[in-house]
Design a protein around this ligand. Structure first.
Ligand SMILES: [Zn+2]
Length: 405
C-alpha cells in the first residue's frame, strides 16, 4: 500500500481524518494548535479547517488568546453535523438507533421480525430504518449502518457463520443489507459491540484496555485494546461463552462439555431455579411464579437474591463461582483496566458483584488484579445498538470526507 501514500488525494484524506480526530477530542481548537498537533504547516492546516467547516463538523466560536499578533479564530466540534445508524438484533426484534458523532442517541425504534428467516430480518430492518430516518434531517445521516447480530460473525466478509439460537448458518448479512438498504454495512456480534458503546460513552470512556462481558441467552466478551475491538485471526475472539469451565459438565450446542454458557446464561440460571422449585425449595420465587416453576426466569433469581432470599442467593453464588473463573482468566490473559458486566442479565447483576469479586480474588494473579475494576453496565438496553452505531462512527471521517475529492 505504501505506493499510494504519495497520492495527494489520499494524503489529504489522511490529514483530514487526523484533523477530525484532533478536533473531536479537543472539542475547541485554533489553527496554530491544529498545525502544531498535526505537524503540518499553518497554510495546510488552514485548508483542513476550511474543509471541516464546510462539512459542518466544525463551527466558529470566537477568538482565542493572542500570543502577540492577531488572536486566532477558534473552531468548535459540532457533534450533530452527522448521524450514524446502528441496529441490534435480539429475541426476533431489531433495536435501531440514530446517534450523533459522539454516540449519543438522537432517535430510537424497536421493530419485530415477522419470522425466523434472514430475509424477514432484513425486511424488518429496512422498514425500521426507513421509519427512523424520516424523523431526522436525512442529509446528515452517514451512508452506512452498523449491525450487532447473533452468532459468530466473520467481520471481514460480513457473514454470520453460525447463529445457533436463530438456526442461521453462513448468512451473507452484509451483502443482503447493502442490497436492500443501499447503505455500507458493518457487522459484528451483538454481545461484543456492547464493548464499543462502553468505550465511547459508557463506563470505559478514556480507558484503553477494557473487556465487556455480555450475559444473556448467550455469553460473549468484547475485548477493547487501544480503543479498538480485538477481533483475532478470523474475528472470533471473545467467545467467552464457550470456554470450558467444567470438563465433565453439561453438553453444549457447540459440541463441547461444561462451557460457561451452559452454566450461567439466562436459560441455564432459569433451569437451576426450576429444579430447586420442583424440589419444593422454600423461596420467595414462589410469589413470582405462582404454582408454576417453569415460569422462573434468571431475572427473577437476581431480584429474589437482592431481597435476601436464601435459595436465590445460593444460585447467584454458584453463578459467581463459574463466572469468576472465566473473569480471572481474562484478567490474567489481557490485563484490562475495567471489566463491564452487560447484556440483559449483566446490567442487573449488582447482586453478583460481591461474590464474583471474592471468586476472582481467589483465581486471578495479584498484580493484574490490582488495577482492574469490575462494574455493571449503566448504559441500558440501547448499549448493543449504540455499539453497532460505533462501527460506523469509527469510520466517520472517511464517510464524511471520503467521496468529496
Ligand atoms: Zn459451547
Amino acid at each position: 500500500m505504501n505506493y499510494r501514500i504519495g497520492q495527494p488525494e489520499l494524503l489529504k484524506e489522511i490529514n483530514l481524518s487526523r484533523a477530525f480526530d484532533i478536533l473531536k477530542s479537543a472539542r475547541i481548537l485554533s489553527r496554530p494548535v491544529l498545525a502544531h498537533q498535526t505537524g503540518l504547516s499553518r497554510a495546510t492546516s488552514a485548508v483542513l479547517m476550511e474543509d471541516l467547516l464546510r462539512a459542518g463538523v466544525a463551527k466558529h466560536v470566537g477568538l482565542g488568546d493572542s500570543t502577540g499578533g492577531r488572536p486566532p479564530a477558534l473552531l468548535e466540534f459540532n457533534p450533530d453535523a452527522a448521524y450514524a445508524l446502528g441496529a441490534r438484533m435480539v429475541d426476533h426484534r431489531w433495536g435501531i438507533v440514530i446517534t450523533n458523532l459522539d454516540g449519543l442517541v438522537v432517535q430510537r425504534l424497536d421493530i419485530p421480525i415477522l419470522n425466523h428467516t434472514p430475509e424477514a430480518a432484513v425486511d424488518a430492518l429496512y422498514e425500521g430504518v426507513k421509519t427512523l430516518m424520516a424523523t431526522v434531517d436525512q442529509t446528515r445521516i452517514l451512508s452506512a449502518i452498523g449491525l450487532g447480530t447473533p452468532g459468530l460473525v466473520d467481520m471481514e466478509a460480513g457473514v454470520i457463520k453460525t447463529a445457533v439460537d436463530v438456526n442461521w448458518f453462513e448468512v451473507p448479512i452484509r451483502a443482503m443489507v447493502e442490497k436492500k438498504l443501499g447503505l455500507r454495512t458493518f457487522v459484528a456480534n451483538r454481545g461484543k459491540v456492547g464493548a464499543l458503546a462502553e468505550y465511547w460513552h459508557g463506563a470505559a470512556r478514556n480507558l484503553k484496555d477494557i473487556i465487556y462481558i455480555s450475559i444473556g441467552t448467550g455469553i460473549a466478551a468484547g475485548i477493547v485494546h487501544e480503543g479498538k475491538l480485538f477481533m483475532g485471526a478470523n474475528s472470533s475472539a471473545g467467545e467467552l461463552g464457550h470456554v470450558t469451565i467444567l470438563p465433565d459438565g453439561p453438553i453444549c450446542r457447540c459440541g463441547n462439555r461444561g462451557c460457561l454458557q451452559q452454566l450461567i446464561s439466562e436459560p441455564a440460571i432459569a433451569d437451576r431455579a426450576r429444579v430447586r422449585l420442583r424440589e419444593g425449595g422454600d423461596t420467595i420465587l414462589w410469589t413470582m411464579v405462582g404454582t408454576y416453576p417453569e415460569r422462573a426466569t434468571a431475572e427473577m433469581v437476581f431480584q429474589a437474591a437482592e431481597q435476601g432470599d436464601g435459595l436465590a442467593g445460593e444460585i447467584v453464588v454458584e453463578v459467581a463461582r463459574y463466572l469468576g473463573i472465566a473473569v480471572a482468566n481474562l484478567i490474567n490473559l489481557f490485563n484490562p483496566e475495567l471489566i463491564v458486566l452487560g447484556g440483559p442479565l449483566g446490567q442487573i447483576g449488582q447482586v453478583l458483584l460481591e461474590p464474583l469479586l471474592e471468586e476472582v480474588r481467589r483465581h486471578a494473579m495479584a498484580y493484574p488484579l490490582s488495577v482492574v475494576k469490575i462494574v455493571t453496565s449503566a448504559m441500558g438496553p440501547d448499549a448493543g445498538a449504540i455499539g453497532a452505531a460505533v462501527l460506523v462512527l469509527q469510520r466517520a471521517s472517511e464517510l464524511i470526507f471520503g467521496d468529496k475529492h
